[in-house]
Design a protein around this ligand. Structure first.
Ligand SMILES: [Zn+2]
Length: 334
């Protein structure tokens, strides 16, 4: 992507590289034995900007997100309306389906993240309310496109949830995010919502985080009021997992399934299957086994220029997750 941006390779060559990366990712994902796979977001510029990549009504002066190691990610800023996505997540599902018959989980960006594109001092002739209406419609379309293309589950990436508590400890911002996301989620039936999920994490970019120092206790009660059936929770990198698990069981609704992060993508050490097994068994002391699943704490490279984790390391970690989860299931007799 960097070579393409610098004009050193053309569109055809980039598309060929995309196709190779996608085929390799899906083949290796299938080899791990995972019954649910993803396309590894191989062709997205980032988990947050895929929908707006190439949009002309943007400048580069948006919200800055500082990470613990000192690096910063800056979002673009909207300069005019109406707000429309340039691409929808269903297009990724459609491509992945040509390469695999496994169940595909598709990630989409939560509308709350894209709400940050609207500048604090407003846009002439495009009021905030108009923007929010457009955003909700586009987000709904993004999710529906994924189901229409055959996604098994759709996950809303909500990394800004925990981050919001750093920006606004009063929780007003967090609650406005939850409310905004629920306005989209309410457009789906209960059955559709059982296939929808939310991912929370403290960030994971260039092996660094933006909000691990925010106490999970501040996030969880509001998080579980999101109207989805599945929660993909970063947990492997938490210092006190049992405390988090206890809170999860206090706040999760009975119909919500809990996928716990058993792999830490920003830690270069590859977990063993036994590490994973033990983490699942630990979680099963709190979460009933029929509502418990596993996931990775976060993506291995949510931004496409993050090359801090090799493909080999990523797939070794995913394999450990799959094997370790099976070991735990055997132990639990399920
Ligand atoms: Zn994440």
């Amino acid at each position: 992507m960097a070579e393409f941006a610098a004009g050193r390779i053309g569109c055809n060559q980039l598309n060929m590289l995309y196709a190779n990366a996608l085929a390799d990712t899906i083949a290796r994902f299938e080899q791990t034995g995972s019954t649910v796979i993803t396309d590894g977001e191989q062709t997205k510029p980032s988990f947050v900007t895929y929908a707006i990549d190439g949009l002309e009504s943007l400048d580069s002066e948006g919200v800055a997100i500082p990470f613990a190691d000192g690096h910063i990610r800056q979002l673009p800023r909207l300069t005019g309306g109406p707000f429309r996505y340039r691409s929808y997540a269903g297009s990724y599902v459609a491509k992945a389906r040509t390469l695999s018959t496994r169940n595909i989980k598709q990630s989409v960006i939560a509308p709350s993240a894209l709400s940050l594109l609207y500048p604090a001092d407003g846009i002439d002739y495009y009021a905030k309310d108009e923007f929010v209406d457009d955003l909700l419609d586009e987000s709904e379309k993004d999710i529906r496109s994924s189901f229409t293309a055959g996604a098994y589950t759709v996950q809303l990436d909500f990394t800004e949830g925990r981050l919001s508590l750093k920006l606004d400890p009063s929780k007003k911002l967090l609650r406005s995010f939850v409310e905004l996301n629920n306005r989209v989620l309410e457009r789906f039936t209960a059955e559709e919502r059982s296939k929808l999920g939310v991912h929370t994490c403290p960030g994971g970019d260039f092996d660094s985080v933006h909000s691990l120092d925010v106490d999970y206790a501040e996030l969880l009660p509001d998080l579980f009021s999101l109207k989805v059936g599945n929660f993909y929770l970063q947990l492997a990198s938490e210092r006190n997992r049992r405390r988090v698990l206890e809170m999860v069981m206090n706040y999760a609704r009975p119909n919500q399934r809990i996928f716990i992060g058993v792999i830490d993508p920003i830690n270069p050490r590859v977990e063993t299957a036994e590490n994973v097994r033990d983490r699942v068994l630990e979680a099963a002391e709190y979460v009933p086994a029929e509502r418990l699943g596993t996931c990775d704490d976060c993506g291995f490279a949510p931004f496409s220029d993050d090359t801090s984790t090799s493909r080999d390391t990523a797939f070794s970690k995913i394999s450990a997750r799959v094997v370790g989860t099976h070991l735990a299931a055997d132990k639990l007799g399920i």
